[in-house]
Design a protein around this ligand. Structure first.
Ligand SMILES: [Zn+2]
Length: 96
């Protein structure tokens, strides 16, 4: 039986089904930096290459300050269905 500690806190692949309407905001927690980038789930899954989310996050290096101190937030497209149908999915969610 897998231990709870073996499960990633945020399994990236579980979001692939909703990847058109969700993305990650990946931020640097270094005091005074706080650089943030947006990343679609398809790209995140590809870059994580099977790593647990926490392990992948620990490897990310901030391009502004050079530290490895990232955090992530799941973001959702809150536009109504008519707006999405009219304007299409957001660019960030279309990243491959
Ligand atoms: Zn930084």
């Amino acid at each position: 039986m897998p231990r709870l500690d073996d499960e990633p806190l945020l399994p990236l692949t579980q979001f692939l089904g909703d990847a058109d309407r969700h993305w990650l905001s990946i931020g640097c927690r270094t005091l005074g930096c706080q650089r943030t980038v947006k990343m679609g789930f398809r790209r995140a899954v590809r870059l994580a290459a099977g790593m647990r989310t926490e392990d992948w996050l620990a490897r990310l290096r901030c391009t502004a300050c050079g530290n490895r101190n990232a955090t992530l937030t799941v973001c959702a497209d809150s536009r109504n269905p008519d707006a999405i149908a009219r304007d299409g999915f957001l660019l960030v969610t279309r990243q491959e």
